[in-house]
Design a protein. Structure first.
Length: 239
């Protein structure tokens, strides 16, 4: 069994956190002691004097994680910008060696770990010299790509897979997230097959838009059930 996956997206806001939390919850429901971590969180919120990484708080809510926040998140910054810039604006610096060490410790502690990135693979973590792709290469993790269902998704997904391969990284699967039934047209029907053909990577599932789910509002109604139905999560256990 693989020790973990890095979850990235074709862009920011595609639902990486939702898919990460949902998969973790499904695996835990079926007896796999999975965990999700977010090494770097920008856009963290201040609550009662503490800076809270919302994505990690959502993992705990949706997947029932009991680990303290500091075991699931290393760096957290208030500015909602790229991690390297968020750190600079906060008077701090992301140290690549510390980041890699944090992730490796989590991978060693747990049977299966999802490492959620920030934005896409090319996002600078400490700066242009150390991106999410560099972190993934250091950790030797296979990748899950979260993509949008509509127009533009073919190009964004193909480019993401190509970029990953240019780093020597393995992309295990693609998950399309946020499909609204009323918006299903020729593009949404055609995209999954074209993406599979052009990338050679399987689309493991198409997760519908879930109105009861909001990371910012701390709502995860129906998420784990939806991911369990829509995604071939067993294939990821066997990969």
């Amino acid at each position: 069994m693989v020790k973990g996956y890095l979850v990235t997206g074709t862009d920011t806001g595609v639902g990486k956190t939702v898919i990460t939390a949902g998969l973790t919850g499904v695996w835990r429901r079926h007896g796999v002691p999975a965990v999700a971590i977010k090494p770097v969180q920008s856009g963290a919120v201040l609550r009662n004097g503490d800076l809270i990484p919302e994505d990690v708080a959502f993992y705990r809510l949706a997947a029932g994680l009991n680990e303290p926040l500091d075991e699931l998140n290393l760096y957290r910054f208030a500015p909602a910008v790229s991690p390297h810039l968020a750190a600079t604006l906060s008077g701090e610096k992301v140290l690549p060696a510390r980041l890699v060490h944090f992730c490796r410790e989590a991978l060693q502690r747990h049977r299966l770990t999802l490492v959620e990135g920030a934005g896409g693979l090319g996002v600078p973590l400490s700066g242009p010299q150390f991106t999410l792709a560099d972190l993934c290469r250091e950790l030797a993790l296979p990748i899950l790509v979260v993509a949008r269902p509509g127009l533009g998704s073919i190009n964004h997904t193909v480019l993401t897979v190509s970029y990953a391969r240019s780093y020597g990284l393995k992309v295990t699967g693609i998950i399309i997230n946020g499909l609204r039934p009323e918006a299903v047209g020729p593009t949404e029907k055609d995209n999954p097959g074209v993406i599979e053909t052009m990338t050679g990577v399987p689309v493991l599932g198409i997760v519908p838009y879930l109105p009861g789910v909001s990371v910012e509002e701390g709502r995860a109604y129906g998420l784990v059930d939806a991911v369990e139905r829509a995604v071939d999560w067993r294939a990821l256990l066997e990969a």
